[in-house]
Design a protein around this ligand. Structure first.
Ligand code: ADP
Ligand code: MG
Length: 249
């Protein structure tokens, strides 16, 4: 397995945010973390990325313990965070530069495939929101780490751009061997993209359920309108609500 979390617990002051989180992400797997806003998803990502320290528990990459250590995971935050003084190509190559191994030709190929072939020398302020997301994603993809964590990367986009980005993400990811751990609060997005969905409750966040998504790949847009997709959407919605009702007791 690529990444595993063992019994992660985290509080901020008196507030318990994460409770006994254990899960595994296999090599090449696409796993979504689905939970309401404020449930602790970004906190968990920051723990995986080594930016926050868990109160209890550990993070492993294969057999290596990486708790409290950054640089082992490639991480794409909610805001694309491109460097304004770097061109599109220079931004995309950043993760590789840190690893001292750059392949500009491959970067250009991926950027061109992402519709950014004419923008290689442009600066971030010249790009649309969707273009910035693509550059940030390609930067994460080109980084040498085997696991990519994406924190609600498409939440700021309008519905059409978002669907385009989801399709593009799947096409690009299907060519590589990286695992993706993807944060979202959107049930459809999680179902459309993932192999596995981890449902979090909130206050404190515990794993409610892990769902194995049965749809074959490559996934097509038509899937979104199929009866079986709608059935699954209903089922996941009910499971999420079940979590919330228990909280009200
Ligand atoms: P999500 O990403 O699921 O929306 P977060 O992980 O950002 O949720 O936040 C979960 C909870 O932890 C929230 O109540 C938030 O206010 C709190 N929190 C997050 N980061 C910090 C921090 N650095 N200090 C104190 N509280 C925090
Ligand atoms: Mg968040």
């Amino acid at each position: 397995m690529a990444l595993s979390l063992h019994n992660i617990n985290k509080s901020f002051g008196n507030k318990k945010v994460l409770q006994n989180i254990s899960l595994q992400i296999e090599k090449g797997e696409f796993v979504s973390l689905l939970g309401p806003s404020g449930s602790g998803k970004s906190t968990l990502f920051n723990i995986i990325g080594g930016l926050f320290s868990p109160d209890e528990g550990d993070v492993f990459l294969e057999e290596r313990k990486i708790t409290n250590r950054s640089g082992h995971i490639s991480y794409m935050p909610q805001q694309p965070s491109l460097f304004p003084w770097r061109t599109v190509l220079e931004n995309a190559l950043l993760g590789q530069e840190l690893a001292k191994k750059t392949d500009a030709e491959y970067a250009k190929k991926l950027l061109t495939k992402a519709g950014l072939g004419d923008m290689l020398d442009a600066y971030p302020h010249q790009l649309s929101g969707g273009m910035k997301q693509r550059v940030a994603f390609i930067r994460a993809l080109l980084s040498p780490q085997e696991i990519m964590c994406l924190d609600e990367p498409f939440s700021a986009l309008d519905a059409f751009t978002r669907l385009d980005m989801q399709k593009w993400l799947l096409e690009t990811w299907e060519e590589v061997e990286q695992s993706i751990f993807f944060i979202t609060h959107d049930i459809e997005e999680a179902l459309f993209l993932s192999d596995k969905i981890v449902i979090l409750s909130s206050n404190p966040a515990e794993i409610k359920e892990i769902i194995h998504v049965p749809f074959e790949r490559p996934r097509k847009e038509e899937l979104l309108l199929s009866y079986s997709f709608l059935d699954w959407k209903r089922e996941v919605t009910e499971k999420m609500e079940m979590g919330n009702n228990e909280l009200k007791k």
